[in-house]
Design a protein around this ligand. Sequence first.
Ligand SMILES: [Mg+2]
Length: 120
Amino acid sequence: MAKFLIVDDSTTSRKMLREIIEHELGHIVIGEASDGAKGVKMYDALHPDVVTMDITMPVMDGIEALKEIKELNPEAKVIMITAAGQAKMITKAVDLGADEFIAKPYEHSSIVEILKKLAL
Ligand SMILES: [Mg+2]
């Protein structure tokens, strides 16, 4: 059973990811953060196995949060949640060591596949 941290400013998005992670995959969500800065703090405090990271968020975006988490732990597994028109951000995230990408709008089967892959 893997421990997940969900970082996303959308309540709906967090709820949906939690639903899949806990009820379909049988893993556990140990924390939810609504912006990148809180996400980095929670990563440091909780040491989750996998992080899902939204890109567009207030206070600190997902790219900066990814960078800080990888500085804390280069082995951190981070799945970026991306939206259309974010090609530049995706390139940046790859350079910073992002492990996987989930595209919005969500496609249920692909989310399940990606989450399963990283939570082994
Ligand atoms: Mg967002």
